[in-house]
Write a protein that binds this ligand. Structure first.
Ligand code: PLP
Length: 453
């Protein structure tokens, strides 16, 4: 029997996989222990493939939670950052001041505070302003946002007491009035339903009416749309945004505070923002939990860059809004170019993109993509960088609205490689040949991108 190669020599032979030596040793050791030293390379490659990595999002879901939501170009040198330092006075400063001022400028809020994510913003507001006291919420808004974020659980965690009003489908102002009189709540909480929508016999009470109840209204708008007028878009807001609550307008209608995500319609990094009345924001900032959910310099710098870019209308710095505002003619031109590179197997198709990230469900954005017959999504994911596409009705579609134009050649390369892998022996397989591909492979791929907000 041949002696197994030394683990160390085997690990060294895998250097080109690009993992640090100790991880290659792990792979080599496991392969040798299993009596299959030849499998070491595949094990190491699997380890490398499981690392956090860049991917091309061709799903058409612009804010794909599984793919990190808003893409953001951000780099910084290895230098100190003035996270809590006031350069003018040379003294300690307050963390996040510049970001707060930019949020105020963009939303009209009196004050703002940045935390690590939207969930932390809601938790901190409830803990700081309502611990041990009642908070009134409509039964139609006791939602689960995804990733286990359930409003009743967050309320319980904060120490506030939930007072439910109305019914699942209808809540009226009188329901809130009765609860306010009876329970003397600390807050009325209005939650954007985000990922689901009620239709039919429904009623809800808007912020302006709630504001008249004499209790501070906190609106968890989630989406991160700063201003419904989208002054950062030359052409004004696209029609599909019409139903999204926006921070400036919600505060204008009388909400005392709004909470939202930095990586949804704001288009920035994962972060959460609390904005509104200076007195309430200060109480949140002073609560001990604020220390536990404070962001670091990396996040603050990325939020600041995003907010400055929105003010400067520099959409190259906010790719999400660039993707939103790309016209169909431009998408079609790009799709044609990709299709030409791929060859006769590829076809330019109209498709429907979506904002994702908990923005209104069922709202579609017209888009254009490149389709090939059959389900080649697994092969596209094996490309480096992986291309994540959707298989539906017997074909694979790469929606170009969620793809950076600089990545169009990557999509083309991945499609060429996937088609070659899919049709061994049928060199340059034509659409006609691949068109016959129906069966378990196709059905397996029909699941959508699986988007949780
Ligand atoms: C997305 C969302 C949250 C959670 O925000 P994260 O940034 O994902 O933590 C909370 N509330 C609403 C209404 C949301 O849509």
């Amino acid at each position: 029997m041949p002696r197994p190669p030394s683990v160390d020599a085997l690990a060294r032979s895998l250097a080109d996989v690009g993992l640090p030596h100790p991880l290659l040793v792990d792979a080599a050791r496991r392969a040798v222990a299993a009596g299959e030293p030849g499998a070491a390379r595949e094990l190491a490659a699997d380890m490398a493939g499981a690392l956090l990595q860049q991917a091309v999002n061709a799903t058409g879901v612009l804010l794909h939670t599984n793919l990190g939501r808003a893409p953001l170009p951000f780099t910084q040198p290895a230098r100190a950052v003035t996270v809590e330092y006031d350069v003018a006075s040379g003294r300690r400063g307050r963390r996040g001041t510049s970001v707060s001022e930019l949020v105020q400028r963009l939303t009209g809020a009196e004050a703002a505070l940045t935390v690590n994510n939207g969930a932390a913003a809601v938790l901190l507001v409830l803990a700081a302003l309502a611990a041990g006291r009642p908070v009134v919420v409509s039964r139609g808004e006791l939602v689960e946002i995804g990733g286990g974020f359930r409003i009743p659980d967050v309320l319980a965690q904060s120490g506030a007491q939930l007072v439910e009003v109305g019914t699942t489908n209808r809540t009226r102002l009188a329901d809130y009035q009765a609860a306010v009189e009876r329970h003397e709540p600390a807050l009325v909480l209005k939650v954007h339903q985000s990922n689901y929508r009620m239709v039919g016999f429904t009623a809800a009470v808007e912020v302006d009416e709630l504001a008249g109840l004499g209790v501070p209204v906190v609106a968890d708008i989630g989406s991160g749309l700063l201003d419904a007028a989208t002054p950062w878009l030359a052409g004004g807001p696209p029609p599909w945004l019409a139903g999204e609550p926006a921070a400036r307008q919600t505060l204008g209608r009388g909400a005392a505070l709004v909470t939202f995500s930095g990586d949804k319609l704001l288009g920035g990094p994962q972060a959460g923002v609390i904005a509104g009345s200076a007195d309430l924001v200060q109480r949140c900032a002073r609560h001990p939990l604020a220390r536990a959910v404070r962001p670091g310099g990396l996040v603050l710098a990325a939020v600041q860059q995003t907010l400055l870019a929105l003010l400067a209308r520099d959409l190259d710095q906010v790719p999400f809004w660039k993707m939103v505002s790309t016209g169909p003619a431009e998408l079609r031109r790009r799709a044609q170019q990709v299709a030409v590179s791929v060859g006769r197997a590829a076809e330019v198709v109209d498709c429907r993109a979506a904002a994702g990230g908990g923005s209104l469900p069922g709202v579609e954005i017209p888009s254009v993509g490149v389709a090939v017959a059959g389900d080649v999504t697994a092969a596209l994911r094996r490309h480096r960088p992986p291309v994540v596409a959707t298989a539906r009705a017997g074909r694979t579609v790469c929606d170009l609205r969620s793809v950076d134009p600089a990545d169009d050649p990557v999509v083309a390369e991945a499609l060429i490689a996937a088609l070659a892998a899919d049709l061994p022996g049928v060199a340059g397989g034509t659409a006609g040949v691949a068109g016959g591909t129906a069966g378990p492979g196709v059905a397996g791929g029909t699941a959508g991108p699986g988007v949780a907000p």
